[in-house]
Design a protein around this ligand. Structure first.
Ligand code: NAP
Length: 346
């Protein structure tokens, strides 16, 4: 298969760095263009990206000159790790100019004709792209991935749809890398918990129902989600405790089995970034933990543990996912892999 040229908008940020790192060793995509703000434009990538990954900047990327986010300059397929304050205007301009934008930003996630995609969960939502082209008049397209906490929750809930989920209460413990760089000041987070992340609870409560919903998410899944979101002094990996209520109490064994056997299009198609299995169910009483489990499946698996009965709702468990991989760059790359496998990037 010939490799497909791709670029990265917001390449210097936390998510952008994950894109650069993961694309450098991707079997299908070849990253030839990096773009960021005017602050970085015209400079060598290594001089403007505050590199925070434990692997070195890939060969060829460090000396690449960063471009501005100007539509038409980059390849047709661009990943976006842009700050939300600019992503709306920039991504729309790129889609209008004919680019296929595969975005992490929140700006278009809840647009009724923009897929909010988790390939294992709602691959059929890509059908929205026909309507997107008709109604928006864009020559290109925008596809989004969910918020970094939402994706963990939605993955864990997806196998439970067969039991008719009715109510969910989720409390998160979110890593500092989720706030970008430099992010939360050390004096605010060291030895501390910050019980507020702007707009995060609303995103979890609405995005989850679009993802699990029907008709491309335009008919939201008929459940109610209540989220509490907290920032904790962890570097990578969002952990969350979840209680779920159903039409009728399913057995814990049936829930565990549904999670363990869950798989979707990425596993069927053996996409390069697809974790096998997508949900790892642990038996240990003190897992999952971010330091030990966030990297499972190359950072693409969601780990679920402590599955047990809930005396208020029906069942409760702990879920964990890597926020800048499964929650951002890895998720977007998996979206692009699915689109390529379905002939949508040609
Ligand atoms: P970040 O580290 O702050 O990076 C932001 C990027 O946006 C940088 O490349 C920055 O370029 C660029 N940018 C800022 N202003 C710009 C402008 N006016 N024009 C062009 N580029 C501009 O943020 P992040 O954590 O990587 O997050 C990026 C996006 O992904 C956000 O929308 C975020 O909500 C979303 N997201 C993040 C996570 C996560 O775990 N971190 C997870 C899911 C989704 P310069 O370096 O040149 O300023």
């Amino acid at each position: 298969m010939d490799s497909i040229e791709v670029g990265v908008l917001g390449a210097t940020g936390m998510v952008g760095q994950q894109f650069v790192s993961r694309l450098a060793r991707h079997p299908w995509f070849r990253c030839t263009w990096l773009a960021a703000s005017e602050r970085s434009e015209g400079k060598a990538y290594k001089s403007v990206a505050p590199w925070k990954l434990s692997t070195p900047i890939p060969d060829g990327a460090g000396d690449r000159i960063v471009d501005g986010c100007v539509p038409g300059r980059g390849p047709r397929v661009v990943f976006s790790g842009l700050d939300a304050s600019v992503a709306g205007d920039v991504e729309r301009a790129f889609a209008e100019a004919g680019h296929i934008v595969i975005s992490n930003a929140r700006n278009f996630r809840m647009d009724p004709v923009v897929p909010l995609l988790i390939p294992e969960v709602n691959a059929d939502h890509l059908r929205l792209l026909d309507e997107q082209r008709r109604t928006k008049g864009w020559k290109g397209a925008i596809v989004t991935n969910p918020n970094c906490s939402t994706i963990v929750l939605a993955m864990a809930l997806a196998p439970l749809r067969q039991f008719n989920i009715r109510s969910v209460i989720v409390s998160t413990m979110q890593a500092v890398s989720g706030a970008g760089y430099p992010g939360v000041p050390s004096l605010d987070i060291l030895g501390n918990v910050v019980p507020f992340i702007g707009n995060e609870e609303e995103k979890m409560q609405t995005e989850t129902l679009k993802i699990l919903g029907a008709d491309g998410g335009r008919t939201p899944y008929p459940a109610v989600v209540s989220a509490h979101t907290n920032r904790v002094p962890v570097i990578d990996g969002h952990t969350m405790t979840v209680s779920a209520g159903f039409d009728r109490q399913p057995s814990i064994a049936a829930i565990a089995d549904a999670m363990r056997t869950f798989a979707g299009r990425p596993q069927e198609l053996r996409l390069p970034s697809a974790p096998q299995p997508p949900i790892v169910v642990t038996e240990e009483p003190n897992r999952p933990q971010p330091r030990l489990d966030a990297d499972l499946g190359g950072g693409m698996a969601v780990t679920v543990g402590r599955l047990r009965e809930c005396p208020v709702l029906h069942a409760k468990f702990v879920a964990l996912g890597h926020n800048t991989i499964r929650g951002a760059a890895g998720a977007a790359i998996l979206n692009a892999e699915l689109m390529h496998a379905e002939g949508m990037l040609l």
